[in-house]
Design a protein around this ligand. Sequence first.
Ligand code: 5RP
Length: 291
Amino acid sequence: MADTDGNREADEYGIGVPAKNQAFFLKGLDHVDWGIKDRMARIFKPSSGHTVMLAFDHGYIMGPTSGLERIDLNIVPLAEHADCLMCTRGILRSSIPPLMNKPISLRFSAGTTVLNELNDECILDIEDAIRLNASALAIMVSIGGQYEAKTIDNLVRTADMGTRYGIPTLGVTAVGKELTRDARYLGMASRVCAENGATFVKTYYCDEGFEKVTAACPVPIVIAGGKKVAEPAALELAYRAISEGAAGVDMGRNVFQAEDPIAMIQAVCAVVHDGLSADQAYQQYNDLKAH
Ligand code: 5RP
């Protein structure tokens, strides 16, 4: 029953103190809904404005992949160092302990594998993403590929559903065999994702003109690591991408296939969040490896 007697009179109105009107810390997202901002603020660290996502969804097109044979043994120990985990619902349910309490970028499209022409994909059920408490819905978008229209349709429908339920959409730019990973192509693919409603975009780094790719994309970009290269080169890739406007990395093979994956993810975090140079981070990697 409501108390009707003895209530303290409300008198702390802060008259004359203007209400705060804070800009959101990630570009292009001032006008999205509260749930999307909340989830983005879990994926990206507000203190640095950046993220280190760990991608281990490769099995959905490749089957068992080197470094991902046993998610429980190889990935779970790494996961605590990542800001966000990118995986399929099958791996999430079977192998990731919910107690980790990490934001999940859920692989939300699926279809053909490497045994076939890639990117002929459909999307998952939004109810399942909600059940899994997904923090983002990751959709493959194949610009210039055989399934361009279909994958853009997947992105559009996902962004609509994500908007309905306050879940960000991550547009993942697929690169076909016939397409060049240059600034012109990556800039177009990223921009098309943003134009069609992606909350953030995952694409590849390119040596020339990457700052144009990030500048022309109105929402944050995270980069994929790509094929395994030597650790110093992978740290240099992360350093250059961040210096040229990326808001983070979503790395897989260059972390879980590193000689010491736990030291590697910490070194990547040092670059992305603490501004270490690639050389400094490689030094840190070697120090951590030695222990
Ligand atoms: C495929 C993906 C993968 O998650 C991605 O490629 C990240 O992994 P890696 O750093 O190994 O390239 O999104 O499209």
